[in-house]
Design a protein around this ligand. Structure first.
Ligand code: FES
Length: 192
């Protein structure tokens, strides 16, 4: 008769296993809570709107690309203007709606070409009118060298714009329309 004896098995001691922390790249990003996301999106939207408004306001207050009527217009260099006035007796500027007239040999005045009677556009000085300016609508006659009134129905001279000389250029500020009751030399600018 065979008798087998089984001895109790010895248990192995538990092994210590080193567990390395999860690699940061492999860590799955937790989704941002919905409320937090909405708040951040709103803040970004408000920030973008504020920045856009600030830029628009700055451009409104400090325009940089304004040209033509209502702004400062370059009529030409002093040499060009002087030559044109000596030759043609006037300089017509369609950008600024004015005529530059030779008040004297050295002084100019920039007159607004809108008739002060009812607003028609007056033509350039005409040799047939001894160099004067006549409105085609009702016949008001203006002096072709100063814009002063010769006869109505208008009741005052043509309005004028300030003229300055900057860096050799003749600048007419069409943003300032100046009315007057009579011509005087204080309305002119010396070119030389
Ligand atoms: S609009 Fe020029 S004279 Fe009447």
């Amino acid at each position: 008769m065979h008798i087998s004896l089984s001895l109790p098995q010895q248990r192995k001691p538990p092994q210590t296993v080193a567990v390395s922390p999860p690699h940061p790249i492999l860590v799955q990003a937790q989704p941002m809570p919905r409320r937090k996301f909405v708040r951040r999106a709103l803040l970004a939207l408000v920030g973008a709107f504020t920045a856009t408004s600030a830029v628009a306001t700055f451009k409104l207050l400090y325009p940089t690309n304004v040209t033509g009527f209502g702004a400062k217009v370059v009529a030409g260099s002093v040499q060009e203007v002087t030559a044109r006035l000596a030759d043609q007796k006037y300089l017509r500027n369609t950008q600024g709606n004015f005529y530059l007239l030779p008040a004297t040999q050295e002084h100019v005045i920039a007159v607004y070409w809108k008739c002060v009677h009812l607003g028609c556009t007056v033509p350039a000085p005409a040799s047939a009118l001894s160099g004067n300016i006549q409105c085609p609508c009702h016949g008001s006659l203006y002096n072709g060298k100063t814009g002063d009134l010769i006869h109505g129905p208008a009741t005052r001279p043509l309005d004028y714009f300030p003229v300055t000389v900057q860096n050799g250029n003749v600048i007419v500020d069409t943003g300032q329309i100046i009315t007057r009751q009579a011509f005087d030399m204080g309305q002119t600018t010396k070119l030389a």
